[in-house]
Design a protein around this ligand. Structure first.
Ligand SMILES: [Zn+2]
Length: 242
């Protein structure tokens, strides 16, 4: 069980906070008592940022899990704060906000492709403002790319609310979307499921960070639809501002 209170789960807009160092070593990195750094997972890569303490800056360039804790990985050339040090943590905003937009775009995309083409997601990956998502779609309509792009544009313009809340496990599994996306992914012992809900479009069990409405995603460009064989379609997307 991680000792770190995850501030990012409650507030995806938080970028700076105070924390105390609970563990620190050159092998694993730094553990904080409270952290808004997204540690990675569900296809969303970890945040970057800094820890500021006593006039020193420790750059955070990644995260790793070890011994039940979430460790922040510092830049090799930076000094480490000792256990007990009070630090100011700050998440790099451009990268995180880009990832929040991109992660939300993938939920929007999977909602659109399921609704309009009945296809399920089989995989995905994202970097800030760029991503790919894989679908199981045996028959590909001729104008698939254009139809997906048009439907995404409509859903962005509709400015649907993106809400995050928790449900007891049994309630979560009454939602059809959750059953189709998450039944086999959630650990058996999980009592409470965190839900990311694009109102009226897509509901998923999800631990990532998201923007609060679809308009904040920005413009979604479908760059390419690749055929990887046997109904395996890979969509590459890129985000830009309006
Ligand atoms: Zn997600």
């Amino acid at each position: 069980m991680s000792r770190t209170q995850r501030l990012d789960l409650a507030d995806a807009t938080l970028r700076a906070w105070e924390a105390v160092v609970l563990a620190s070593d050159t092998e694993r990195g730094v553990v904080l008592d409270r952290s808004a750094f997204y540690p990675g997972g569900g296809g969303q890569p970890p945040d970057h940022g800094v820890l500021l303490w006593g006039g020193v800056q420790t750059r955070v360039v990644g995260a790793r899990k070890a011994d039940g804790d979430e460790w922040l990985v510092p830049d090799e050339s930076d000094p480490l704060p000792a256990v007990g040090t009070v630090v100011r943590g700050a998440v790099e905003d451009v990268r995180r906000t880009g990832l929040m937009r991109t992660h939300s775009a993938l939920h929007l995309l999977s909602g659109v492709v399921f609704r309009d083409f009945g296809a399920l997601v089989t995989g995905g990956n994202m970097e800030p403002l760029e991503a790919r998502m894989d679908f199981d779609l045996p028959e590909l309509p001729a104008d698939f790319k254009e139809r997906v792009a048009a439907a995404c544009a409509v859903e962005v313009a509709a400015d649907r609310a993106i809400e995050v809340y928790e449900l007891p496990r049994e309630r979560a599994f009454e939602i059809p979307d959750i059953i189709r996306t998450a039944t086999n992914l959630l650990p058996a012992g999980l009592e409470v499921v965190r839900i990311v809900d694009i109102r009226g479009l897509d509901v998923q069990a999800d631990g990532g960070t998201h923007v609060s409405s679809t308009r904040q995603v920005g413009r979604i460009e479908i760059v390419k639809v690749e055929n990887k064989g046997k109904g395996f379609r890979r969509l590459r997307v890129r985000l830009s501002d309006f």
